[in-house]
Design a binder for this molecule. Structure first.
Ligand code: ASP
Length: 314
């Protein structure tokens, strides 16, 4: 079987601005390092699924992103995370919704790939943690706690936490969530997404990240989304892009059509995607998308892409 040039794109959220060089450079360094490490795995024969799991773990472990360590707090001051994995070749989705006290929620989504019951909510996820003997872990960071205390003083005036990519609580709000989409040497696609949610949300609110609206893949394409979960669900964004590709649109056209509709509907979101021809695409209605990719030749990112254009392709 002829080997295909692997492709990889990852994101660390989308939002309103990425001011401050320190922030930009630090975010760039984190994203590029992770792209490099995960792309090397793909070059060495890792499957798209293995690469996506590793990429999600690394992004979850990076406290500047809102997933795993560094997740934002909900309105009651607790962290509840959601993660999902979709294996494109099997067209199989698995995930956990609102899980607490675990280091890498993506590991639970991974485990559930081969189970009969593949999406678990809060109580079920905690039971699974116990069953798998996964050690208890507190993903809280000082910065997230400080942000929550600040917001609490104003009785939660914002609808979403200021998920900062910089170590400065006062910078303007931007969202978190992490995602990875990979194409491996066998032409298989996988997508993974993991989040601490919007932050400051009601207890029990369900994020898009562990739904096919936020994370979807089949044998043709894979997509991971970020932004306001309700907007992503209303657009059914990830599944819509993938299905459009399956029905014959190019990845670029599918992305453009889908983000144009989202923009007309005044949504606040971003998406990353890869198809089985090796095309990479990203789109956003938000001002900034924190994505980085390896296109087979080099690593690059979307951090300084603030134009009015809704999408880009490589
Ligand atoms: N989509 C996530 C959510 O609404 C948040 C984000 O992407 O920043 O839960």
């Amino acid at each position: 079987m002829t080997q295909i040039q692997p492709k990889l794109i990852i994101h660390g959220g989308a939002g309103s601005s990425l001011k401050g060089k320190g922030g930009l450079l630090a975010v760039r360094q984190s994203l590029h390092q992770i792209v490099e490490e995960v792309y090397n795995l793909l070059l060495n024969g890792a499957t798209a699924k293995e690469a996506v799991i590793k990429g999600c773990q690394l992004l979850e472990d990076e406290p500047r992103f809102n997933a795993g360590t560094g997740s934002v707090l909900q309105s009651d001051g607790n962290i509840r995370m959601s993660a999902s994995l979709m294996d494109g070749i099997k067209q199989r989705f698995s995930g956990v919704i609102n899980v607490s006290r675990v280091k890498n929620p993506i590991d639970l989504a991974h485990f559930l790939q081969n189970e009969d019951d593949r999406i678990l909510s809060d109580l079920g996820s905690s039971e699974l943690l116990r069953e798998l003997n996964i050690p208890i872990y507190d993903p809280l960071t000082d910065l997230r706690l400080q942000e929550w205390i600040e917001e609490r003083k104003d009785n939660f005036s914002r609808t979403m936490a200021g998920v900062v990519a910089e170590d400065d609580v006062n910078t303007s709000a931007r969202r978190g969530t992490i995602g990875v989409v990979a194409l491996d040497q066998n032409g298989h696609i996988c997508a993974g997404t993991s989040t601490g949610g919007k932050g400051l949300e009601r207890i029990g609110r369900v994020s898009d990240s562990a739904t096919p609206a936020g994370n979807y893949a089949n044998s043709k394409a894979g997509v991971s989304c970020t932004g306001i979960g309700e907007d992503i669900i209303d657009e059914c964004l990830a599944a819509k892009i993938v299905i459009r590709v399956s029905d014959g649109l190019s990845l670029a056209d599918a992305m453009l059509k889908s983000v144009t509709e989202a923009s007309q509907n005044k949504r606040d979101l971003g998406a990353i995607a890869i198809d089985n021809t090796g095309a990479i695409a990203f789109g956003k209605t938000s001002e900034v998308l924190l994505a980085a990719y390896h296109n087979g030749k080099k690593i690059d990112d979307t951090l300084e892409w603030t134009t009015d254009e809704l999408m880009g392709t490589i």
